[in-house]
Design a binder for this molecule. Sequence first.
Ligand code: SAM
Length: 222
Amino acid sequence: MTFDPFPADPLADPAATAAAHPGLRHAPATARNREPIRTALAELLPAGDCCVLEIASGSGEHALWMARCLPQVRWMPSEATSEGLAAVQAWRALCPELATRVLPPVLIDAARPPWPGVSVDAVFAANLTHIAPWSATLGLVAGAAARLRAGGLLLIYGPFNEADGFTGPGNAAFDADLRMRNPEWGLRDRAAVDAEASRHGLVALPARVMPADNRLLIYRRT
Ligand SMILES: C[S@@+](CC[C@H](N)C(=O)[O-])C[C@H]1O[C@@H](n2cnc3c(N)ncnc32)[C@H](O)[C@@H]1O
């Protein structure tokens, strides 16, 4: 196999793209979970033009993949720090054909709602709730409720505990590791997120079971 330092499609093999661009942030998990997430979003988002605000975009790889695969979507990435914004911007610059539908990332700290801006059809966050203090989840729910149009969706992807505890042995080990790294981190109980959503006028729809013991929590603004 030959090594292509400037792949024509930067999203085809994100690891190769990252290898060719030193300093580019790359989250290997996004290449594994982007298709299951894309499939769910394709079923859940409106078929016509719609606007999705992403909280905690990380590398920005989800933003670009979803915008490419879901042509009706305008994706608004965000991050909590200026370094985070630069990381998203670096990936965005590699895909100029998506520049009109993946907007420049904006600074949003999930834990500090309300976040100023226009109403959106959906708020999406992946892998935030367990790698941030609980205040980030509280803020995510409150902030989303304030930005969603009536009928809009809050979609939260990641590992969550169900009533009977961890959904798999991998998640138990992951939780222990997270709590060792930061005592304020850790997997959240889905029921606790549901309760918080309900306080903000968001109705819980059945959560989707996703690969690798993940969930997609789905809430609709009344
Ligand atoms: C594990 S990464 C997930 C990134 C991306 N969503 C993904 O799935 O690859 C967690 C991200 O949450 C962001 N983050 C942590 N606390 C945050 C907060 N209070 N508000 C917004 N983003 C936050 C971090 O900067 C980091 O990019």
